[in-house]
Design a protein around this ligand. Structure first.
Ligand code: 5GP
Length: 197
């Protein structure tokens, strides 16, 4: 998606070979109009997938997920990152290792907000090793619902996330795909390029 690539070129900062900072419009300050445009693009892309709910993982996925849900006219659900297991039986939980922080958390979903008929679109800001998205897929599976598609703002195609998700049978659409990062260097891949990792 050209709009997102241009914005990353202008404001993104490659810290090293693996980490891209986009604090000025996604991760710290949020550009609402821009998020609305991204949400409209996801909604257009997934309009024929029979989506009943948009899921995201707190916190940076919330803004684009909300806009996507608005344009698809369905509810948005935030998967919570809890530090410990909740012992009552009213939640689904699964353990995730965070790429950026090197820590782990319990991804948590209250059973009230999902049912087996649901067809879920998962929206997240970054795809790296696919830990978060794979975990969300496990939770959705526990509920007997379907993960019908995954929408990512920025895919780092040199990491193994896309391949892992595709191998697990999930469909991934990324609005921007990065083929290489180095200090001060950001190189993009076309939308239809094969997974590199
Ligand atoms: P994964 O679960 O795919 O391994 O990592 C994805 C999660 O890690 C995203 O939800 C995002 O929060 C974070 N993340 C991964 N790589 C980057 C990055 O280069 N920059 C930023 N800002 N976050 C990242």
């Amino acid at each position: 998606m050209k709009l997102l690539e241009e914005r990353i070129r202008k404001e993104g900062k490659a810290l090293n070979e693996t980490v891209l900072k986009v604090d000025s419009f996604i991760n710290h300050q949020v550009d609402a109009e821009f998020m609305d445009a991204l949400g409209r693009d996801f909604a257009e892309h997934f309009k024929d997938y029979g989506i009943t709910k948009v899921f995201t993982i707190e916190s940076s996925g919330i803004a684009p997920a909300l806009m996507t849900a608005k344009h698809l006219d369905v509810p948005m659900v935030i998967l919570k990152k809890q530090t410990s297991k909740i012992l009552q039986g009213d939640v689904y939980q699964t353990n995730i290792t965070s790429f950026t922080k090197g820590t782990s958390y319990e991804l948590t979903l209250y059973k009230n907000y999902i049912s087996p008929e649901d067809r879920i679109l998962l929206i997240d800001d970054f795809l790296a090793n696919g830990e978060a998205a794979t975990g969300a897929g496990r939770l959705i599976g526990q509920a007997g619902a379907t993960l019908a598609g995954i929408g990512i703002l920025i895919e780092k195609s040199f990491q193994r996330g896309r391949k892992r998700l595709e191998d697990a049978g999930f469909y991934v659409y990324s609005q921007a795909r990065i083929g290489r990062l180095a200090e001060g260097v950001i190189e993009f891949l076309p939308e239809d390029a094969p997974a590199t990792e």
